[in-house]
Design a protein around this ligand. Structure first.
Ligand code: GLN
Length: 246
């Protein structure tokens, strides 16, 4: 088996080491004997929607986001075609925002989005930052997805399915308890940095979604994730508020 991964705008959208997720996906696939080919595409490159099984887009500050946005807008129809055709995708923060309908920055400038998910984002006054934990139904209720968020934008879903429900932290907008968005096998999230290092269940879920495009249902052989799971549990409990339903 072979997995073809497309890393979009690696030099522009890579806040907090978001690209670590590409390394983790590659390594977890290779440990199962699955070959991985990573293609980096950026400004002006053509995107062939029939080629890749998995796309990755990191986050970035408003300036870099602005540079990437008009090119991404042009690539939008190819990216949508790819997702309609079964490709998986992970987009983080700034990348996640640009795949919605639009992002209105704090200077009032509006960046048009790809419209992969029915959601829009507008900058607020206070940044939403800190540790976050969410519950993702598809990953089982007993193991949360944990991470760190730092965004000025508030995302409001307009019919799009959220990735998960906030356990603690702010998520999409700090008010409605949703985090991220999903469309088919595409996932957008505010959880920054190499989030897959402490969420191996999410990494394998993405790999299975991606492999499904060309190989049908694939069940990945289990790995020894005891360290990763200990980190997930330790961090989750460390930042768990003492008050509240959890
Ligand atoms: N510029 C966006 C915001 O602050 C995205 C930043 C990011 O990717 N961390 O909302």
């Amino acid at each position: 088996m072979k997995l073809r991964l497309c890393h979009l705008y690696p030099e522009l959208l890579n806040l907090y080491g978001d690209r670590g997720n590409v390394l983790i996906l590659r390594r977890r696939a290779e440990w199962r004997g699955i070959a991985v080919e990573v293609t980096r595409l950026s400004l002006g490159d053509k995107l062939d929607p029939g080629v890749y099984d998995l796309y990755f887009l990191g986050g970035g500050p408003d300036q870099e986001q602005g540079v990437a946005s008009s090119d991404l807008f042009q690539k939008g129809p190819w990216l949508k075609e790819a997702v309609e055709g079964g490709a998986a995708l992970l987009a983080i923060c700034g990348g996640y925002q640009l795949l919605g309908e639009y992002y209105r920055a704090s200077n009032g400038e509006t960046l048009p989005g790809v419209g992969l998910w029915a959601a829009y984002t507008e900058a607020g006054i206070k940044r939403l930052k800190g540790n976050i934990a969410i519950q993702v139904e598809e990953l089982g209720l007993e193991r949360p997805v944990i991470g760190f968020e730092n965004h000025g934008g508030r995302t409001f879903l307009q019919g799009a399915r959220p990735l998960g429900q906030v356990i603690y932290g702010d998520g999409n907008n700090g008010t409605d308890g949703t985090e991220g968005a999903r469309y088919k096998s595409a996932i957008g999230t505010y959880l920054h940095g190499p989030l897959l290092s402490k969420n191996p269940h999410l990494a394998d879920y993405l790999l299975e979604l991606a492999l499904r495009r060309r190989y049908g249902e694939v069940e990945l052989a289990p790995l020894d994730d005891s360290l990763e799971i200990a980190v997930n549990e330790g961090v989750f409990r460390r930042f768990l508020p003492t008050k509240g339903k959890w």
